[in-house]
Design a binder for this molecule. Sequence first.
Ligand code: ADE
Length: 249
Amino acid sequence: MSLAILSALPQEQAGLRALLTDVSVVSRAGREFCVGRWRDQQDLVLALSRIGKVAAATTATTLIEHFGVTRMVFSGVAGGLGPGVTVGDVVVARDCLQHDMDASPLFPRHEVPLYARDRFACDADMAAGLLAAAQGLREGVAQHFEAPVRQQYGLDAMQVHSGLLISGDRFVSAADEAQALVQRLPQALAVEMEAAAVAQVCHDYGVPFAALRTISDRADDQAHVDFPAFLEAVAGRCTTLIVQRWLDA
Ligand code: ADE
């Protein structure tokens, strides 16, 4: 049994690597995979997909075909869409959808052709474990982040949400575009660029999948400023703390 933690960018899983033992770095498909052990108890592979659905799908396929991974978690940041999903909150996906999939009129909008579905469900046990771990972090946030960072990113008011996560090959950085997504997909909590592609690959192979996202921006006209700052200051630590709580539970 081997678990993979994927993120698009190194900042999104900064800190996790230092917790692995017996680490070796393996190159495959133009990427470096960090293979190690967690607390001497389980095999863990850390992977960086880079940005976008195709890059994420290549990485997920390599993890399964070459590294024999049997469970996968995507972790990183996302733009908040749902009411009350604000910067510093955490979203654990219940299901994932590709918001830019549109083969209409051949298939209903968002439906993935020949899969007869527009959503891929996350593994319920993994999602429940990550949700509990995120709630644990929320209660102990003051122990892990300095007051100025907590203030700047609203971490003292961190909310943990569970629901629909949407992915597409667009960085959403305009309030009217975010609003259009909300109107089209009112259940969407947050938007990013990878998870639904990985969910589809995992569905194809029968590999349990979960996705965890910290909200870096509101997918509005300020998103391109908020995103990089949050990435450096908070993203990696959130992933590390939540994954650590989940695996040690
Ligand atoms: N990841 C983080 N913020 C995002 C946004 N606004 N759009 C797409 N992906 C994101």
